[in-house]
Structures are given as structure tokens and as C-alpha cells.
Design a protein around this ligand. Sequence first.
Ligand code: GRF
Length: 188
Amino acid sequence: MRLGVMASGSGSNFEAIAQAIRDQQLNAQIQTVIYNNPGAGVVARADRFGVGHQLFDHRQFPSREALDAAIVSALQAADVDWVIMAGWMRIVTPILINAFPNRVLNIHPSLLPSFRGIRAVEQALAAGVKVTGCTVHLVVPEVDAGEIIMQAAVPVLIDDTAATLQQRIHTQEHVIYPRAIALCCDRI
Ligand code: GRF
């Protein structure tokens, strides 16, 4: 499968996917990385893996729809068949979702349907749950609400801060995201 990765930040999930491909644990190619923040860490990681990247700065677009339309054109030009949102911090519109029906994945740092939306790790700490985790799911217009593909559970420790818990969740994200993508391969 030909992947287009969308990322806003450090890109550690991009790297986990790229490494799984390199290690032949995932039969896929990353065609391009789409990012929206100049200076995002994902760029250096993409360079290290020899993957091309394209900046779509959301501040330069008049609406979410205009941003998504430009991204769809780039993904189609790159011959992408699955879109992998890996820390993409913008809400996507039906323009993008409908261009790749049932082929847009996201990873979220909670056990959905708990703690949707932003600051999911902080939400889990505030709720006092003793187990949280991460979820790979299909993207639908409602935020963090599509079909669940894979989850990993992560314990919340007594002295956790958002940073330490986030780190433990991240480690599991890197395990399940490549596996979830491979699972989707088998379903098509
Ligand atoms: C992850 O925690 C993911 O769950 C959330 O954004 C973060 C991305 O991290 N959607 P990275 O940029 O892949 O390191």
C-alpha cells in the first residue's frame, strides 16, 4: 500500500512506521509527508528516511476546506491510497475524508471512546483512571469517532505527570500503528 503521512509535530509515529517498512514488518511505501508547521520535527525524520515532504501551512489558507482540497491534490498526485494521520493537529473535513473513503487512519492517545479531542492525556489524569492507552481508528467527520482498528492499554502510575504518561503512551503508539496499518492491508 502507498501511504501519505500527515503530521504536525515531532513525527515519532512517522518514524515508527518508516522503520517498520525498512524492517520489512510492514509491506508499504511512504509516498510523501504532509506537514503544516514550518520547523516540525517530522521533516528531519523524513529526510533521514529519504521520504519527500510538502508544507501546507494552514495559516495560508482561507478555510479548513481550502487546506484539505490542496492536501487532497498533493496526496492524489503522489499516488497515495491510504492516508495516515500521525499527530495531525488540524480537524479534517469531508473534503479529505471523502477523497479516501475508509482509508484515512488516525492515532489518538486514549482508549477511545474515552477522552476524545485535545489534551487526552491530561483528561485521563484528571479523571483519575488507572488504565489509559492509545487507539488507531478510521477517520470520520466526527472527531475521534470512527471505527476502532487497534488499541493498546497503558497503566497510569501513581506519580505520573502528563509528560511521563504521554511518554509511556507514545511507546505503545509506535508498536500498534505499524501493526494497525498492516491489518488494514489484509482487509482490502
Ligand atoms: C501522538 O501522541 C498521537 O497520539 C497524537 O499526536 C501525537 C503525535 O506524536 N495524535 P508524534 O508527532 O508522532 O511524535
